[in-house]
Design a protein around this ligand. Structure first.
Ligand SMILES: [Cu+2]
Length: 473
């Protein structure tokens, strides 16, 4: 847990933790830009309790933070700075991304339904930008589509967006100028509009976590994403962090928990929770009607969509929460590796060695060996399958974390409680008795004797190798 630090551009602003109050800023200062608040660490910041404006229950951004604001004559003023950032995606692995206010993704913006919001956007990127407020009802000229609804924000300039947050819900923000490059570089942020009063379709919850799904293509050893990649990403992230760099979501036994996710990658992500059932209570269009809700353990979040999952955390333990595309729970180094199970690799190793010096052939017994090869990786990359748990290697990466449900977790405490201490007799254990002969093998032997003579059949499968230039499909 860390508090954002501030670059103090204004004199007499005073040092205040959390949101800036109108009373602390002089009249001259109010006419100026709100000082930008910059975050330098990728740690999960505690919830930012509002100290001005209408009250609400704040969210917690996974490996992120909420942007403080100042009140100026009843308008909530925020200052976003679009700039190059260094994002630690996992311990030992830093990426050179573009983001907002020191991090990628940018800070979460939290407002209340009916709030008038003014957002100053300063462009410190090497090219023009804009911000689109994904999902919002707003005047057309505030929609942030450069060329269509506004001029792009030139390098070094500050533009102002102003609108009323008209409907409560879950939103995102991202550039709508050289969008492919800027989103591939990590420019995005979360936005939550809280209901102004009790809403018939919006439950009050004890914990409300938010994060964005993002994907990057960064060569092992490199720092900057390849922006032309459309599908073949090698880093699948929750809020520009990859396992084991993603914090756990720590809750109290019996808590009502909401997890909000938005997808700004180029493919869908079926999010899967272990040990509990959840309901999708909201989409990018707002809260879902009750008649459309059903219990499930996996829900797909398509490109450009947002989903709110809600569940009662009534089972103690460390419960996995991850994208169910298994390639999305792996890190770099794992892609474009041939399947080696059961293959005599001596000849292959010689061939690959010519192309990639120091390459190791792995996987004769499956890929689990990869989990223990961290020492041999180039600088600045993340092992493909990694993470240590109380029982050994987790062999995971990418879009994977845990929901830690604890009896002793105090209300409002988001600290990691450590690994779950399983009650005696509740962990899967080794069977040490006699293994019986499999019954099915018995049956097929009888049939083989009475019908056709049984002989070994070898199956060879080979993908067609084209010479017509279509190999990239
Ligand atoms: Cu996925």
């Amino acid at each position: 847990m860390t508090q954002p630090n501030r670059r103090s551009f204004l004199t007499g602003a005073g040092a205040i933790a959390g949101a800036v109050t109108a009373a602390s800023v002089s009249k001259v200062a109010m006419a100026a830009l709100p000082e930008p608040v910059i975050q330098t660490t990728p740690d999960t910041a505690g919830p930012l309790a509002p100290n001005s404006g209408r009250p609400y229950n704040p969210v917690v951004t996974l490996n992120g933070w909420t942007l403080p604001w100042r009140m100026n004559n009843g308008v909530k003023e925020f200052h976003l700075v679009a700039e190059p950032v260094a994002r630690e995606m996992a311990p030992g692995f830093k990426a050179h991304l573009w983001g907002y206010n020191g991090q990628s993704p940018g800070p979460t913006i939290e407002v209340v339904e009916g709030d008038r919001v003014r957002i100053f956007v300063t462009n410190k990127l090497p090219e023009h930008t804009s911000i689109h407020w994904h999902g919002q009802r707003l005047p057309n000229g505030m929609d942030g589509v450069s060329g269509l609804t506004q001029k792009a924000i030139p390098v070094g300039k500050t533009f102002v967006y102003e609108f009323v947050a008209r409907r409560p819900g879950t939103f995102m923000y991202h550039p709508h100028a050289d969008e492919m490059t800027q989103m591939a570089m990590g420019m995005m942020g979360f936005w939550v509009t809280h209901p102004r009063a009790r809403h018939p379709l919006i439950e009050e919850v004890d914990r409300d976590f938010v994060f964005l799904l993002s994907a990057y293509d960064i060569e092992p050893g490199a720092y900057t994403p390849k922006i032309m990649t459309m599908l073949d990403f090698n880093l699948w992230a929750f809020n520009s962090r990859i396992f084991p760099g993603i914090d756990s979501m720590n809750v109290r036994l019996g808590d009502k928990v909401r997890i909000r996710a938005g997808n700004l990658t180029m493919t869908n992500h079926p999010l899967h929770l272990h040990g509990h059932e959840f309901m999708v209570t909201g989409t990018d269009g707002g809260p879902t009607p009750r008649s459309t809700r059903w219990m499930e353990v996996t829900t797909d979040v398509a490109v450009g969509q947002m989903r709110q999952l809600e569940f009662l955390a009534d089972e103690e333990g460390d419960w996995a929460f991850h994208c169910h595309k298994s390639h999305h729970t792996m890190n770099a180094m794992g892609h474009d590796v041939p399947t080696m199970i059961g293959v005599d690799h001596r000849d292959v190793a010689r061939k690959i060695g010519k192309l990639v010096p120091d390459y190791m052939v792995m996987g004769e017994r499956g890929m689990a060996d990869m989990g223990e090869m961290e020492m041999l990786l180039p600088d600045n990359t993340a092992p493909m399958m990694t993470g240590q748990g109380p029982f050994g290697g987790l062999e995971m990466g990418g879009m994977f974390t845990t929901v830690k449900v604890r009896r002793g977790q105090k209300p409002g405490d988001y600290q990691d409680p450590g690994w779950f201490k399983h009650p005696a007799g509740t962990v899967a254990y080794e069977f040490t008795g006699q293994l019986p002969e499999p019954a099915r093998a018995q049956a097929s032997r009888q049939r083989a004797a009475s019908e056709v003579p049984f002989r070994d059949v070898e199956v060879r499968a080979r993908k067609p190798v084209g010479s017509n230039g279509h190999s990239g499909h």
